[in-house]
Design a protein. Sequence first.
Lengths: 338, 338, 338, 338
Amino acid sequence: MDVGIVGGSGYGGSELIRLLQAHPTFKLRTVAARASAGRDLAEVFPHLGLDGPLVPAEPDRLAGCDVVFLATPHEASLRLAPELLRAGAAVVDLSGAYRLPPAEFAAWYGVEHTSPGLAPAAYGLPELDRSRIAGARLVANPGCFPTAALLALAPLGDLAEPAGVVVTGLSGTSGAGKGLREDLHVSHAVQNVTPYGAPGHRHTPEIERGWGTCAGLGAPVPVSFTPHLAPMSRGLLATVTARLAGSPVRVRAAFGAAYDAEPFVRVLPEGVWPATTHVRGGNSAHVGVAVDERAGVVVAACAIDNLVKGAAGQAVQNANLVTGLPEAAGLSAAGVYP
Amino acid sequence: MDVGIVGGSGYGGSELIRLLQAHPTFKLRTVAARASAGRDLAEVFPHLGLDGPLVPAEPDRLAGCDVVFLATPHEASLRLAPELLRAGAAVVDLSGAYRLPPAEFAAWYGVEHTSPGLAPAAYGLPELDRSRIAGARLVANPGCFPTAALLALAPLGDLAEPAGVVVTGLSGTSGAGKGLREDLHVSHAVQNVTPYGAPGHRHTPEIERGWGTCAGLGAPVPVSFTPHLAPMSRGLLATVTARLAGSPVRVRAAFGAAYDAEPFVRVLPEGVWPATTHVRGGNSAHVGVAVDERAGVVVAACAIDNLVKGAAGQAVQNANLVTGLPEAAGLSAAGVYP
Amino acid sequence: MDVGIVGGSGYGGSELIRLLQAHPTFKLRTVAARASAGRDLAEVFPHLGLDGPLVPAEPDRLAGCDVVFLATPHEASLRLAPELLRAGAAVVDLSGAYRLPPAEFAAWYGVEHTSPGLAPAAYGLPELDRSRIAGARLVANPGCFPTAALLALAPLGDLAEPAGVVVTGLSGTSGAGKGLREDLHVSHAVQNVTPYGAPGHRHTPEIERGWGTCAGLGAPVPVSFTPHLAPMSRGLLATVTARLAGSPVRVRAAFGAAYDAEPFVRVLPEGVWPATTHVRGGNSAHVGVAVDERAGVVVAACAIDNLVKGAAGQAVQNANLVTGLPEAAGLSAAGVYP
Amino acid sequence: MDVGIVGGSGYGGSELIRLLQAHPTFKLRTVAARASAGRDLAEVFPHLGLDGPLVPAEPDRLAGCDVVFLATPHEASLRLAPELLRAGAAVVDLSGAYRLPPAEFAAWYGVEHTSPGLAPAAYGLPELDRSRIAGARLVANPGCFPTAALLALAPLGDLAEPAGVVVTGLSGTSGAGKGLREDLHVSHAVQNVTPYGAPGHRHTPEIERGWGTCAGLGAPVPVSFTPHLAPMSRGLLATVTARLAGSPVRVRAAFGAAYDAEPFVRVLPEGVWPATTHVRGGNSAHVGVAVDERAGVVVAACAIDNLVKGAAGQAVQNANLVTGLPEAAGLSAAGVYP
């Protein structure tokens, strides 16, 4: 099966290349980029061991691809996805372009949606609802923070009060992309922790929609979300705090019921918290949970690699579902530790 | 004025030495340690540029000191403080031994308090109540997390609901001390973020007592507190989320009123969050605050150096108050950036 | 083909597990350990996603394995290799036990060799001499520093003076193993560079033997070798400086001739130096070279992942050669960047 | 005594501000900058705790300063130093503008020297020759690598062969300045070691001139110099390897004789190597040395903070000498560890 990538010069794109090189069925046919079109991949990403130029990010360059991954900004995804769908490709979009209903998209992203009929597309978090993904031609790959936050929150649907959830996010710096910025200069960032983009981070409405669904309400539930930047290149941790509403003894069982059969989610033993270093480079999510009866809350934390389960790995997982392949195809490699 | 340190072989002790070497009035007369007694300071802490052996941690070794800093575990502080007070010294204790009422101490620390008449001592967070410190002979220097959390929370006393506060802590690894542990091995920890010690971290009751006071209640208020370890040697960030109860327009003014006259606290402009890298090595606290009206919360974050404002620097600040010196004496050095 | 690992609780062992899980032909049958025998792999190395106990490091536990990898200290390898060979297994030893002639081994390692007939075994640096490896039953997998140093030096055999070579090594901390030590405490090591183990590091004689061979002499040539520890978990760089003896214009061609057909070695373009971050997690070696005519030297640098090409990856490469498989089997995965 | 800084928006300039704030005699009167003129210091460098705008980098803004520190590129220093000298100020220039004779400067920096009568100025490495500095009006503050390399080399003047010296440099990233570059993006650099700028780094001729003087020759001696970037914000290590020419038993005594009376240089005990973490933030240089008789070399390593002893701290040390103050005035603060 032939696949293509648009956005091959960014971290999401290069991670897709890395994973697709090891995929048993998908054959990477085209890697396109916009500003870096024409540059040699060996120069842009020496770690991949691949030569050859990045091709321009035009739909006709991707003709014949069964699946196209869009590792592009939402503006480019708005433009490219409809054309690629018309050309017969299935599309997994890593941007925020198709995650929200059009009006909500416009409110959070500040631009009108140009394909309102396509949004929201199937939300590509398989552990929450893989059936809808399997039948989709367009999948909206979740944001990195929502992936971790919702994996931590989902089992709490009927054990926590819907309101008052606080989500703290901690991301490695690759989550901020490759662009040059003063706060991403290594001398500044190498030993620094700081909140950023709060309140109002664009991942917030995804978390609120997912949590609303998990909590059994028909609508998004407001949550407070504060992301932070941590001095590591990869890794993401979401720590969620929710008011306990059900019996504390049911909490652990709920996490087991949710994830024991999941190939990529591991619930850690009582008293053990997830460490981002244990999921670096792999598609795993490690989840820890504890009840704090004194404070009346349940705290759950989920660690993922922001570029794998938080982006490219989950995109491949979704593409596997869309194309009827085994969901874990090409994703079984363990992480790289230490 | 002669001062002494017990616990000179730990990070808190070595930081006290560093600061006291530059103090205009305090003269460092004795540095004592328990397990490392007899070892040469030049070998234990080559960065200090000091020679000479650490003396045993016995009270008679500190005779004649006007102030003694206890950078010791709480068990040692329980034993040493009464003897030192009897000998006429003022004592600033960096452990948790005298921060709580005896019953609360016993519940959180798992040992009976042996000097219940001394606990709680004056709580050494000058920005909250410096008058009580000025008149004390024994000061309980706050924990690193409570220092940052309470500086973020204090101005919200009548602007937030007392209940439902969520505190997320992020600490550099020196906060975990010098002991050798698998999770502090550099290969594991160098690119890792993980929650730890939650729920039930011993700094929780300090935050709850302080927040109860700030909120104008006569008693501690339960908060949820989840500390995390971040891959940096120094630096601590506390991010607090509280339900907004007052008018959002009053929030920024409240922070200004609380801190504009404070020598060590800086409230950052609207839209700017504190970065731990900007306070490394100095006694400053940087505070940022934002209202999230959509979610109905106020979020505040405070960055400090866990070993300075979170330990040794604040201890010197307290000793200055106790001895009637200018509060900032010996603490004006800027941080070391980048 | 069934394979086993002894030393599964160390970094070398866990890296072997990671790579062998993805190998198309080798089936990992047994993972043994000494001190950690009985512990569950899921607890020792959560990143691997494997359950089940580590078995004791006894030869009969490895009966039936076609290949056994010894990721053990040299003392254990001295004891285990002969027994495993007698039992019919091929052995790839990652320790220094079989890299040197017995007398040289005794001088550098401070213990007599107990199987002098087996030492030196085939030296497992395929890029230097893969024919000898292919026919061997026991392979001495090279040290991490010698691997990088010799890949940088080998093409200079007839272009540099044999004497006077200076090798500077820079290793990530995983090269120092998992043991707890003050200088590997994250708070000390996280922003630190320091020389260590010099002069007299045990990797020196390997470099000297290899360089002697490359230089066409029948004997080892003394080199000066100074390793340093750098604040990263993985990655190793060897920078070699040699007196130029041949024509500078021949240098670049010599590197091309040596490595253009090598699957794992990449010679970087003129003016580009290797970066350890580009080889993390993969079996690649990146090599850069420059002539400094003013100073009369040639400088070459080689970057590898100390745990992959410097240990477990090269061990799999050697096992592939020994068993007649394609040399790159199971080793094609790209590195993990950033 | 009034002093001024030009280049206050760079790392060298901000470090000068930090040190001068704590200086007992120098009063910081003016901080000037070029591109950042008009910006508020509190925004550019929040760690300093200072408010007020950076003034334009024009000589008349510095009128009345007894000493002016130029933390500027060499082009700006070429222009500014003569004017400031004419205006009566003593000048300590942190750039390379006045370190070399004019012809050598032109060859290495690619521009003609516009004040050949001023170059070379007094070379500001007090441990090598403080008498010349004391009488100077213009001091050429050494480069960071030459400072460490020459402190390691100087005692070897009559114990090592002049030819064949190899210098390996390892610098923290602040040595590369604040400019935004792909290789200084935190995601790339945070766990990366790489050589750079070799051969032909502009610090080479400084090392060669200094070594020529130490070796008792009347002229520079070619050395091979390869700098590397290490993943830390501050810290610099120079490791030098030289052919042993004298008796090995005299080596340690030579280092003692050279540095026992020096306030800022500490020779470490036999078997101990310097660690950059022990000199961070302070003006100290730690030096270790070992003889490798087998290889016929002596290896010495020197660790400094590239921004303090390697730049701003040494500049203050030089200004103290020029103005007749105690050489260590304002520089006694210990480093910040861990």
